[in-house]
Write a protein of this length. Structure first.
Lengths: 637, 490
């Protein structure tokens, strides 16, 4: 059994960095705050690796099966008998795997930023936010309780918000951070209601208890409820909406490309490698429950596959290199998502494949973003038109970027090949439609990645203006090299031995014949990019023109943003919020004022009665007496 | 602990303020008095935690007042009251501190502030309806003067509107109380005596709506909430803080302690209406907030929405939801007080409250802007800050009702987390972020008293947000007793 203290330290050290740098960093040690944060995270990373190693090789297995170990748990807020938010730490294969990914990528980004953000005035604030993010992400992956996960889920959301809006004086960054937060919040509404539904039927928030209680047949959650769909299906579907929002699945993806307004290392950490896969992680965590509800599994498979293709098409047309990478992230997460959707408890190859791809993707996508950061650092622009021929200026970046491109394109023996083959295999066995979409998307992936590669590093020579100081420091190159090594080697891990849906080792072999088609398609994509973009020939413009309508639609991201703006501005603002404010001011408050004015008016009218003239009072008296007399006579009769 | 201390400390502070010679000594006197009161309140919390074997109310004492009419000076506290007293103590200190630069009629200003807090403390400890009503009025009158004299904008209109609507609330409460007094035939105003004998169904049916609406007006019950935006926006900073942080809680506490506790039958009968009104307030208030341009109006309308959660929690009639309602009162009190304090600090410097006219304050006022971020995030229910724990308790408690009506109301309430995010981020984005305005380059950050006030309230917010269990444990037994009465009704 692992020791509680050091698991706690893994999570708390980044929090210490946040509090320390957030409170005192800017005033007292702005310059050295990067080193302090990196050192703290290094300790945390070492402990996390040690824990993962211990889990996988020492105590995790009992009779050949990986166990779920609750390391510790204490009640944070109790609602009623059995219903409480517990803060705890769980160790199981997917958490242990994430314990490698999250601190490792975060550490790379910490090191990289030492050089990338050098001279930034709010250096300490930046590292404080990175610490907050790392803390929240670690809390999320260690969650034992669905409410604990929601807790950290919101915290990663806010750290993402703070980091996207880091350059707060740029209006585009402000708009982007608001959009990211609000879109994911909207999805979280689904997550929250899903939690309420599931926990009500399970009578607990505990992951284990939820899975255990709800998978027992005859449970109340199986009874058909609204629209004849069982409460269980409603619950998991709503939880999936939350996951889809964080993981930028169609149609909740619109925040991710804009999120690229943040500093590039942040995009690498949050919007490529870790936070955006939280949705995949959530579905994986509740996998036994999802797999009961077949309709929801189909939904996940199709949304994942569609998002993968949709994003890949858009990625082919974008000119901002970070946006290309953002859409490629969305596309790759689509792969992970549909891999989960095509898995079930009997055949969980898709589960393992999804987690495997999550793992390898984290390595090569972080590498791509950090490489793109080095390029942006050099040319001071995100636009492809300002780049070209950079291979001579940035040799290390060039090689590592190429490695990452080969990995994401699925060329053997790079990491992406192995995980993508497994995903394709799982899809092939379960759902042919998804499989064909996926294999088609792989060709696109290779194409747009190499379009990016050739446009940056080959093509016409960039017109370089002003001062250019080479490749950035050692701190920037070291993470690139380490990640490149990981992107080359991660594929050879016998991943199925470690991570599977039920803890039993899963043996999957690569079938040579099966791999031919995807690899050939990937090469076709690369050659197409080579032919179009290696040299400035004008062929690409011609191609774009010949695809006129489609190209334009893809370039404008299929107008999804415009649809959202229409719905939010025209419908919600003009048809709900404005009338609400108007009604409140004019009708509800109008009534209050009218009551006041009415009272005033009445007293104004009748105040003349109190004139103080005795004669007048005598008249009133007389009229009163006569009136009363008349009344009495009338009654008496 | 002797509960009389809680009334005597502010009373002596108020008298001492009147005797003080200069402005500075008045300020320090008020500060010292409120610090002493905070320690007394913390001491009360500790003492209350250590009492064992108390049935319901601790530290009870009863003195004859008007025995012929069944009125006695009966005081005592349970967990709910203790949590309200703690809230009041925090808000009062912060309010005294942010008013440090008030120059107009300082003595009168602080006297009224302390008097208002005296009314609130008295209200929370009373166990006799007449005493409770007495203190309720003590807490209302100073507000009229605070807005009318130290306010800004259309202050006379706002002061009148607020006073009249709150008086309407008080009048309804009074009628409801008298109805109870005569209806039961017990000829007593004693809360405990009344709660022990079942009140006839007809009496409950008549008096519950009177009491609930009466107290509800204080806590912005839809459609009687319109005093909130006007009142807040015209009040001086400390006035807004007291109004939102303390006065609105008097209503919520009254709804719970008097209306629901004494008349469980009526509560059951009318709970659907309460839920409908609360749901409207939550969502409609949030949408109305989206369109506001004045920073104080934004926070005032958001208070309508947040106080809707309090009423929703009460209307849901489950132990968890009622606990959540009380937690929401404490959380909202601290959070809104801090929000108004920050708005006041910003207004002091920029001389505008129009969010569209501001921009980039994060650069010149990092401290104030950071607090604005934190309080905004608290308002939209970020975990780790107080709003999250309270709202989640209400949601979970509401979901325990299994029928479609309660479910839909809960979902409507949940939807507000999105709308809240929209208006909060819009306001923060406009005010703190964006390009810095040139004329704002010279503005200074918070002074010592502003910083102290903000930190005190922030401590409260974090104490609930990071470890809400202590508050939940404090409140739950009180909620449980109320629930026992409700479940005992057929």
């Amino acid at each position: 059994m692992p020791n509680t203290t050091y698991i706690l330290l893994i999570v708390l050290l980044p929090l210490v960095a946040f509090v320390l740098l957030g409170l005192f960093g800017r005033k007292y040690f702005n310059r050295s705050s990067g080193i302090i944060a990196t050192m703290l995270l290094l300790v945390s990373t070492v402990l996390a690796f040690y824990t993962a190693y211990g889990y996988f090789f020492q105590y995790g297995k009992v009779n050949g099966v990986y166990q779920k170990i609750i390391v510790f748990k204490y009640t944070w807020l109790s609602f009623s008998e059995g219903m409480s938010i517990d803060m705890g730490a769980i160790l199981d294969p997917i958490t242990a795997m994430m314990l490698i990914v999250v601190p490792f990528i975060s550490l790379m980004v910490h090191i990289y930023s030492l050089s990338y953000l050098k001279g930034e005035k709010r250096f300490a604030t930046y590292y404080a936010f990175l610490g907050l993010f790392t803390f929240s992400m670690l809390g999320l992956i260690l969650s034992t309780n669905i409410f604990q996960m929601y807790f950290f889920w919101e915290l990663v959301g806010v750290s993402s918000f703070l980091l996207i809006g880091f350059y707060y004086d740029k209006p585009s960054a402000v708009a982007a951070c608001k959009k990211a937060f609000i879109v994911t919040r909207f999805a979280d509404l689904g997550f929250l209601i899903g939690i309420l539904i599931l926990s009500f039927h399970a009578e607990s928030f505990d992951f284990d208890a939820i899975v255990h209680n709800l998978s027992a047949r005859g449970n109340s959650s199986f009874a058909p409820s609204l629209f004849g769909i069982s409460a269980l299906s409603w619950g998991v579907a709503l939880v999936f909406i939350g996951g889809a929002g964080k993981s930028a699945m169609f149609p909740l993806h619109i925040w991710l490309p804009d999120a690229m307004e943040g500093p590039t290392p942040v995009s690498a950490l949050i919007h490529a490698a870790t936070m955006v896969v939280a949705g995949v992680f959530l579905v994986a965590r509740l996998f036994p429950l999802f797999s009961i509800s077949q309709p929801v599994m189909h939904l996940i498979a199709y949304i994942g596959a569609f998002s993968a293709l949709f994003a890949a098409i858009i990625a082919c047309t974008q000119t901002d290199i970070k946006r290309v990478l953002a859409y490629s992230t969305m596309s790759q997460i689509g792969f992970m998502m549909f891999a989960l959707g095509v898995a079930n408890t009997e055949n969980s190859l898709g589960f393992t494949a999804s987690m495997f791809h999550l793992f390898t993707h984290a390595m090569f996508k972080a590498l791509l973003f950090l490489g793109a950061g080095a390029v942006i650092h050099f040319v001071h622009s995100n636009e492809m038109k300002d780049m070209g021929g950079l291979r001579k200026h940035l040799p290390i970046t060039h090689i590592t970027f190429l490695v990452a491109c080969l990995a994401i394109a699925g060329i053997p023996p790079f990491a992406g090949f192995f995980s993508k083959e497994e995903i394709l295999m799982a899809a092939f066995e379960h759902n042919k439609i998804v499989f064909y979409i996926a294999i088609f998307t792989s060709a696109f992936t290779a194409f747009y990645m190499f379009r990016l590669y050739f446009k940056i590093f080959w093509n016409k020579e960039a017109q370089l203006h002003g001062e250019h100081h080479g490749e950035g420091g050692f701190a920037m190159m070291l993470p690139l090299v380490i990640l490149a090594v990981a992107a080359c080697s991660a594929g050879f891990l016998p991943f199925g031995n470690f991570v599977s849906a039920d803890g039993h080792p899963l043996h999957s072999e690569l079938h040579f014949t099966f791999s031919i088609a995807p690899v050939v398609l990937a090469f076709l994509g690369i050659f197409a990019a080579l032919w179009l973009y290696k040299n400035e020939t004008g062929k690409s413009t011609k191609l774009a023109n010949s695809l006129n309508g489609l190209y334009k639609a893809a370039y404008h991201k299929f107008y999804i943003d415009e649809i959202y703006i229409f719905v939010t501005q025209k419908i919600i603002f003009n048809l709900i919020a404005k009338p609400a404010a108007w009604i409140d001011k004019n009708i509800v408050d109008g009534l209050v004022n009218a009551t006041g004015d009415g009272t005033g008016l009445v007293s104004e009218k009748i105040k003349g009665l109190q004139s103080g003239k005795v004669q007048q009072y005598a008249v009133y008296f007389l009229v009163g007496v006569i009136g009363l007399a008349a009344l009495f006579i009338y009654l008496w009769k | 602990m002797n509960l009389l201390l809680l009334i005597l400390i502010p009373l002596f502070t108020a008298i001492a303020i009147l005797l003080m010679p200069g402005k500075a000594s008045v300020r320090w006197m008020a500060l010292i008095g409120s610090v002493v009161q905070l320690f007394a309140s913390l001491n009360l919390y500790v003492a209350f935690k250590n009492t064992k074997g108390v049935e319901q109310f601790a530290f009870e004492q009863q003195h004859n007042w008007f025995p012929n009419w069944g009125i006695s000076f009966h005081i005592g506290v349970d967990g709910i009251a203790v949590s309200m007293i703690l809230l009041t103590a925090f808000v009062v200190i912060a309010g005294v501190l942010v008013s440090w630069n008030v120059e107009k009629m300082v003595k009168e200003f602080y006297f009224l502030l302390i008097l208002l807090s005296l009314g609130a403390y008295g209200f929370f400890i009373s166990l006799d309806l007449f005493v409770l009503f007495f203190f309720l009025e003590v807490a209302v009158i100073p507000k009229f003067l605070l807005i009318g004299i130290w306010g800004s904008g259309k202050k006379e209109y706002a002061a009148n509107k607020l006073a009249l609507l709150l008086m309407l609330g008080s009048a309804l409460v009074l009628v409801g109380m008298l109805g109870t007094y005569f209806g039961t035939g017990l000829k007593t105003f004693d809360l405990i005596a009344l709660s022990k004998s079942p009140i006839a169904h007809e009496v409950q049916k008549m008096c519950f709506p009177l009491l609930f609406v009466g107290f509800g007006i204080f806590t912005a019950l839809f459609p009687f909430h319109t005093w909130v935006p006007d009142g807040h926006s015209s009040a001086p900073t400390a006035g807004s803080m007291f109004l939102a942080g303390i006065s609105m809680k008097l209503g919520g506490y009254g709804c719970l302690r008097v209306a629901t506790y004494l008349m469980p039958d009526g509560a059951k009968e009318y709970s659907h209406i309460i839920i409908v009104l609360a749901s409207i307030a939550i969502l409609y208030g949030a949408f109305a907030t989206m369109m506001q341009k004045d920073f104080k109006y934004i926070n005032a309308y958001s208070s309508v929405s947040h106080c809707g959660f309090v009423l929703l929690g009460i209307g849901m009639l489950t132990k968890t939801a009622i606990t959540g309602a009380v937690m929401q009162m404490v959380s909202h009190g601290l959070m809104t007080a801090l929000f108004f304090a920050v708005i006041g600090m910003i207004y002091e410097r920029t001389h505008t409250r129009q969010v569209n006219e501001m921009g980039g304050l994060l650069k010149t006022m990092p401290f104030i802007s950071t607090i604005l971020f934190i309080v905004g995030l608290c308002s939209l229910g970020l975990p780790g800050l107080s709003g999250f724990a309270a709202e989640m308790t209400i949601f979970v408690g509401s979901w325990q009702n299994t029928d479609a009506f309660h479910r839909i109301a809960t979902i409507i309430a949940c939807m507000s987390i999105v709308v809240t995010a929209v208006y909060i981020l819009r306001a923060i984005g406009k005010v703190a972020m964006g390009p810095v305005k040139e004329s704002y380059e010279v503005l200074t950050d918070a002074n010592w008293y502003e910083k102290t006030a903000a930190i005190i309230l922030l401590v409260g917010i974090l104490a609930i947000g990071l470890a809400p269990m202590w508050l939940s444990d404090l409140v739950t037994p009180g909620a449980e007793i109320i629930m026992q009465k409700i479940t005992s009704v057929k």
